[in-house]
Design a protein around this ligand. Sequence first.
Ligand code: FAD
Length: 335
Amino acid sequence: MAKDKELYEVTIVGGGPTGLFAAFYSGMRQMKTKVIESGGHLGGKVAQFYPEKYIYDVGGIPRISGEDLVRQMQEQAERHEPEMIYNQYVTAIDKMDDGNFALTTESGEIHYSKTVILATGFGIYEPVRLTAENASVYEGGQLHYSLNNRDELSGKTVMIVSKNRVGIDWALALEEQAEKVILVNESGEFQHVGPGDEERLAQSTVEVRMYHEVVELIDQDGCLSQARLVNQESEEEIYVTIDEVLVYQGIEFKAAPFKQWNLTVEKNKVTVDAGMAANVEGIYAAGDAVHYPRKSMLIASGYTEACTAVNSAKFYIDPKASAQVYSTVEYKYSE
Ligand SMILES: Cc1cc2nc3c(=O)[nH]c(=O)nc-3n(C[C@H](O)[C@H](O)[C@H](O)COP(=O)(O)OP(=O)(O)OC[C@H]3O[C@@H](n4cnc5c(N)ncnc54)[C@H](O)[C@@H]3O)c2cc1C
């Protein structure tokens, strides 16, 4: 049977920290699990907004970069081999006559599941795209909109296009490992800079090109090799040799369509009970997607809520199952 026609016990919408931990824990509870992620990579906001920053408040891990945490969460999630679906945005969740759910994605695929766990955060953040000629050709290849997979940029000449502080952060984060970093800003200043940011940039080896706009990406032998820049003041054109492009021009937000899924919502988030159950029987939610009094929006909170949601889904499917797995006592996973 085609994988998207199979009936899963748990389908997790969203592959951020909460969805990944829910996937692991659902496997620990021996449920057939699928994760549907709208983007091309896992890790949610950690991967999108701060892969290069350190996180200090995940229990048992004194300090870890966002990128490393995502890598470890992914490794843990994959332990029980859940089905991972990328690049599919869930638009509709319908409860069928038999009580199971049909989840329809923007591209028209339908996924079937006994229960659903929403780990969507508040929605998705789409990067504002580079409009330079040929830019779309390199998306998913040498053109990136986040600093995920930083290792791929090692030893390369990286052009960063940004007039935001994020561009400075990325440039400084890459300075050591890249062969060369060129930071292109079409305006005469950086927005949202913090204390010392511009001084650190000035003292770095980053080549900064203010008042320059990237107007074209140029191919050689099937690979991106150059960018054509125009000086906004003098209108002079220059060509820079590059291997990779990293762009941050802001983010557009698309809220999760919770109301269309017939869910009770407060503050644009799903209202849940203590078992992380939403108002539709069989749908649970966790992480930044949920609202309850004194909810904290932290990775650690999402982990706890993910366990609760999974245990509730297990109980919904099999009321005789134990309330939770008492770790090593019951968890019979061999390395
Ligand atoms: C700049 C910044 C710094 C932070 N620092 C910290 C910190 O130091 N410590 C800490 O604990 N927390 C921190 N946080 C908060 C933390 O990142 C969030 O609490 C956490 O990411 C929530 O995880 P989540 O999986 O619930 O949601 P998200 O991370 O938002 O992930 C949701 C995922 O669902 C996907 N998705 C959404 N809708 C759909 C759909 N319809 N179909 C399919 N997929 C969908 C999205 O693409 C995304 O991958 C920070 C947040 C920010 C923005």
